[in-house]
Design a protein around this ligand. Structure first.
Ligand SMILES: [Zn+2]
Length: 303
């Protein structure tokens, strides 16, 4: 072994030694870290239970946690119905063999007259939730709806997504349509149906303050999907109960076909009549006035 070889051997031994030591240190470090972690965990658990004990000494918030209750998500329809059961209706009394047919989005000159023909043929009165700008476009159809003994409700002026509107826009959508309906029917409707069934809590409160009752539905025909007559009839008949409010449409968006809905009507009417169910308007079903005389919605109810 020359000098150079000796030196290399010494260096290798030193490296091995250091390496060995370092390996040993790593094992100890890991054990220490684990112990420290256990101590931290114990301290945290102790602190938590201490915090919980301290909290229990303070009376709890009776209405639930702020973080939950005040979360700014809009209320679902079911929640709104639960919170405002008299203002927000989905059905009538369950103990009477009565149901209401309701038709949204009219008037138009394509499907609304066909719906009216079927209703007339079967001597059934229904409720039409009308859109203000369509009333302006087809006043003669509104006159026919009224003349043939049907009821009308407010379905906004332009069919917007109401929760997205500012309060003044929302009020205008409602009040403008009230005036238009009053011009043809002689009453300002008590019943309003928000487009898409969408509404927020502030809006529900305002409508309640104005004397409105919101009428949604508990039987959805899904007729706007362009279904066949059998599919529409099946959607209605398989979900019907006493007191049901049935949603159909008497007009659609441009290009939407409601033929299936119109053709399903005789089948729905015949079947339910056979079962001893009678068809009544929403005001009869809910035993409320259908509207009001004069400018306010709270004065002079019209039966
Ligand atoms: Zn609608």
């Amino acid at each position: 072994m020359n000098m150079r070889q000796k030196w290399l051997a010494a260096l290798t031994a030193a490296v091995l030694l250091v390496g060995g030591c370092s390996g040993n240190n790593a094992g100890q470090d890991a054990q220490q870290a684990q112990r420290q972690e256990e101590r931290n965990e114990q301290a945290l658990t102790a602190k938590r239970s201490e915090g919980q004990t301290a909290q229990r000494r303070t009376p709890n918030l009776a209405g639930g946690k702020e973080s939950k209750v005040r979360e700014p998500h809009p209320m679902t329809l079911a929640e709104l119905h639960m919170h405002y059961p008299t203002t927000f209706r989905l059905n009538g009394p369950l103990d009477k063999r009565q149901v209401s047919l309701t038709f949204d989005d009219g008037p138009d000159t394509v499907f609304t007259p066909k719906v009216l023909d079927v209703l007339k043929q079967h001597n059934v009165k229904a409720t039409f939730f009308l859109i203000g700008n369509r009333i302006e476009a087809h006043p003669e159809i509104v006159k026919r709806i009224i003349r043939e003994g049907h009821e009308v409700g407010n379905h906004s002026y332009s069919h917007p997504n109401l929760p997205k509107l500012k309060p003044n826009q929302f009020h205008a959508e409602v009040l403008r349509t009230q005036d238009l309906i009053a011009r043809h029917s002689g009453y300002r409707p008590k019943f309003i149906r928000p487009p898409y069934g969408a509404i927020n809590e502030e809006q529900v409160k305002w409508l309640a303050s104005q004397g409105f009752t919101m009428v949604n539905w508990n039987v959805d025909s899904l007729d706007w999907k362009g279904l066949t007559a059998d599919q529409v009839a099946d959607n209605v008949l398989s979900n019907i109960r006493h007191g049901s409010i049935i949603l159909q449409h008497s007009a659609g968006g441009h290009g939407e076909d409601l033929s299936g809905s119109v053709q399903a009507l005789p089948k729905i009417i015949k079947k339910l009549k056979e079962d001893g169910v009678s068809f009544v308007t929403v005001s009869e079903l809910l035993q409320l006035p259908k509207g009001f005389k004069g400018a306010g919605t709270k004065t002079a109810p019209v039966k």
